[in-house]
Design a protein around this ligand. Sequence first.
Ligand code: ADP
Length: 321
Amino acid sequence: MRPTGSLHIGHYVGALENWVSLQDDYQNFHLIADYHTLTTSLDTTNVYKDSVDMVIDWIACGIDPVKSPIFRQSKVKQHTELHLIFSMLITKNRLEKNPTLKEQIRDLNLQGVSYGHLGYPVLQSADILLYKGNAVPVGEDQVPHVEITRHIAEHFNQAFELNGKKIFPIPEPKITKFARLPGLDGKAKMSKSLGNGILLSDPEDEIKSKMKKAFTDPAKLRKGDPGNPNICLVYLYHQKFNPEEEPEIRNGCTTGTLGCFDCKMKCAGKIAEHFAPAREKRAELEANIGRVVEIMEDGENRARAAAEQTMSEVREAMRFG
Ligand code: ADP
């Protein structure tokens, strides 16, 4: 995840919640993708603060840093080394076809794309394969990047072997039921850059005020009008955060007995309730930033050891040892 500001509930349902549920069965590595922030902005004023804030969000939502290292990409130099090697294993043409890059160009109205932005899935491939990742728990927008990672791993394995063995696994994406949570404005993706999200740190009042503007069935103008929950964003959020009442909400919407305002406030209340323990935990961690910094340093040491092991295999296989 990139440290580009506060996390929203799309990050949670698309990725973070999945990381928490996988941490008992897998050896997870949690990367603060700070170099990746340069793809969309060269303003690094807040990159460290945003990194610490993001770690606080991760731990508050249930990531256990003892089980799974949490670390900054820029502190493990092996990422840049493997990125350079991988950049020789993919064509510019293939990278230009990346649908996520096309989406970013459109959404952020970019006039040109830097060499590094075009190649960021290659850096991401290094981020994944440095730890010999088998499974990559990401949102839907990142799936094309896992495809590129698979291509690079296969290409490397064909070109180089170490004592007759292939070095890299071919990783699979692991997506959730809500792998692309739409934004409050109805846009296809809740996104930091579009500012259309509910933040994990938003208190209940803020969630309620944001929810008032959420996109619903435009044909349902007032209570009494029947609505179509299948095109309503708030109903989708209910499915995730209020599954017990979902049939009742659906029925109330289609028959018109439930008005959009009441439906939105109920949903906002459920989202606030869901994140209440995380908000409490966050306050504790914010009062102990020294501990968060220690967690990052410990993660960096553990990640660096794993990364160096892979790089020594890569160098030897490539005769750069
Ligand atoms: P952003 O797109 O907001 O800059 P990142 O690119 O750092 O955030 O994404 C971090 C992770 O969160 C990725 O796995 C991404 O797929 C996931 N993610 C981000 N937004 C959403 C969303 N709206 N729905 C589902 N997953 C999301």
